[in-house]
Design a protein around this ligand. Structure first.
Ligand SMILES: Cc1ncc(COP(=O)(O)O)c(C=O)c1O
Length: 370
């Protein structure tokens, strides 16, 4: 997939001056945690996940217990487990588009029938319950929603989530909610989906809100014990258990959540204001203002007459600045995902300035071609 080949890890961080491709907050150094891991025994561990960690994760939902939680090596792994456990060729899935790739590509690889709940710029990338209801069929097994959403940064309300859960209950299918950015909803986190109904499955991780993608810790929450058993069996086939080192770090961070999260959210908020101010001055760009997360998905106005490929070439090659082009998400390249939560403010400001310059120069290129 292009996002894999063209990701900053592959381009090489040393070759990037302004990195606006990331979809998380700044990565946390291990040293910042002051953890002594020397007493850890590097054994296989509880297959469901460290009990104290599951307790912490469950404590976020009103009616959840640690038994409802399986810790997985990342949200990507959790999504893989859910899709491969629930979907077969004859099943039907409705999934948001655009999306984080795993939400779409794993079901596609399984070969099940897929319908897209398309989020359009013209509709403010808004979730539409009627549109979802119209896509459901008797063989629909799974509805897959993401909030806050990647790459658009839009969010579902609690009302939306409850309505989608009620729809899944009425149709006898499951509702997967990818809540990986849940802590980063500007209006505050919505309830964990799994707490709303036994038909709901929550997936999230430590990667995005805590800046810990380098420990691979995520989770699945479901109140359905049969589903839980199936997910555990799937996890065991692939991973057996999690890394004890990763689990220890995740537990430590969640125990300190009240101290660790607020400054991260504050920085994210400040960086968001920088993007917002910049967007207001852009003649050639338009956006749907995000309501959560760490990314936004503006587009080059349809009326802006410029050479889109030249824009990316100039941005990458001349200014060493990178964004996530629309094709990473199966969208037109006039869209670009700007990750504002990860870079320091100075790098963000410089990167945004480079985008403005590259847009201007790509317009010149178009002129000189005519
Ligand atoms: C919506 C969403 N879900 C899940 C993931 C995977 O996160 P991880 O596997 O690092 O936990 C990502 C990563 O970009 C994402 O954007």
């Amino acid at each position: 997939m292009p996002i894999e080949i063209e990701s900053p890890e592959q381009v090489g961080y040393a070759n990037i001056r302004c990195n606006l491709t990331e979809s998380s907050v700044s990565d946390m150094p291990l040293a910042a945690l002051g953890l002594d891991l020397n007493a850890l025994i590097l054994a296989y561990t509880d297959h469901l996940g460290k009990p104290a960690l599951r307790e912490r994760i469950a404590a976020d939902g009103e009616n959840l217990s640690p038994q409802d939680v399986i810790v997985t090596p990342s949200a990507a792994a959790a999504l893989f487990i859910v899709a491969t456990s629930l979907l077969e060729k004859d099943n039907h899935l409705v999934v948001m588009h655009p999306n984080y790739a795993t939400n779409i590509e794993t079901p596609r690889a399984i070969g099940c029938q897929v319908d897209y709940l398309r989020l359009s710029f013209e509709s403010g990338f808004q979730f539409d319950l009627d549109q979802l209801a119209a896509l459901l069929r008797p063989e629909t097994r799974l509805i897959s929603l993401t909030t806050p959403h990647n790459p658009t940064g839009v969010t579902l309300t609690e009302k939306d989530l409850r309505a989608a859960a009620a729809l899944a209950e009425a149709k006898g299918c499951y509702l997967l909610v990818d809540e990986t950015y849940r802590e980063m909803n500007f209006a505050g986190p919505t309830p964990l989906a799994a707490s709303i109904s036994p038909r709901c499955i929550s997936v999230a991780s430590m990667s995005k809100s805590y800046g810990l993608p380098g420990i691979r810790i995520g989770w699945i929450i479901t109140r359905d014990p049969n589903l839980q058993e199936t997910f555990l069996a799937a996890k065991e086939q692939i991973f057996i258990c999690n890394s004890v080192v990763d689990e220890e770090i995740a537990l430590h961070v969640l125990e300190q959540k009240e101290n660790i999260l607020p400054p991260i959210l504050e920085k994210n908020r400040r960086n968001f204001e920088i993007v917002k101010t910049w967007m207001e001055a852009q003649k050639r760009l338009e956006w749907v203002e995000p309501t959560g997360g760490v990314v936004c998905f503006p587009r080059i106005k349809p009326a802006a007459d410029l050479h889109v490929d030249a824009f990316y070439q100039i941005l990458n090659n001349q200014y060493s600045t990178f964004v996530g082009p629309g094709h990473w998400f199966g969208m037109d390249r006039r869209y670009m995902r700007i990750g504002y939560g990860w870079p320091p403010a100075e790098e963000l400001i410089e990167g945004l300035h480079h985008i403005s310059l590259a847009l201007e120069e790509a317009k010149e290129k178009r002129k000189s071609r005519n």
